[in-house]
Design a protein around this ligand. Sequence first.
Ligand SMILES: [Zn+2]
Length: 146
Amino acid sequence: MIEGIFPSRRANDEEGDTVVLEHRGIDGYGSGAYGASRGDRTHKGIDFKAPAGTAILSPVDGVVSKLGYPYSDDFSYRYVEVTTRSGRKHRLFYVDPIVQLGDKIAVGQPLGLAQHIAARYNEHLMNNHIHYEVMVGHDYINPALA
Ligand SMILES: [Zn+2]
C-alpha cells in the first residue's frame, strides 16, 4: 500500500542510527493499514512495527500540542501530538514522550520511545507497533498522503 520512504517511517535503532519502520502488516489482530476494518468502524491511521524502546522521530515540523492517553483505563500508554503551521495534527500512539507540551519540533527530532502495546493484547498475536494518524479539522486523512 505504501511505497518509498517518508519521515514517519524513520526511527532510531539501539546504536542511534536512523532506520525505516516497516508497516505492521496483518497479524492476529488484523491489518494495520489505513482504512482497515475494525468491526463497525475503520482504522483511522497506519501502524508501523516498532520494538518497545525504539526512538520515534517526528514526521513533521511543528509544536507539541498534546501529550495524551489512548486508553481511559490504563494511563501507562501515551500518545504525542504535533501540530504543524497549517494546523494538521499528527498523532503517534503508544509512544512514551521525551518532549514537553509546547516544545517546537523539527522533522526527525525524537518524540519518545515506542511502548509495549502488544502486551495489552497478546504479544504472540500482535506485532508491536506505533499507530500514526493525521487530523485535518475533525477529519482523519491517510498519513501516507499527509
Ligand atoms: Zn493503529
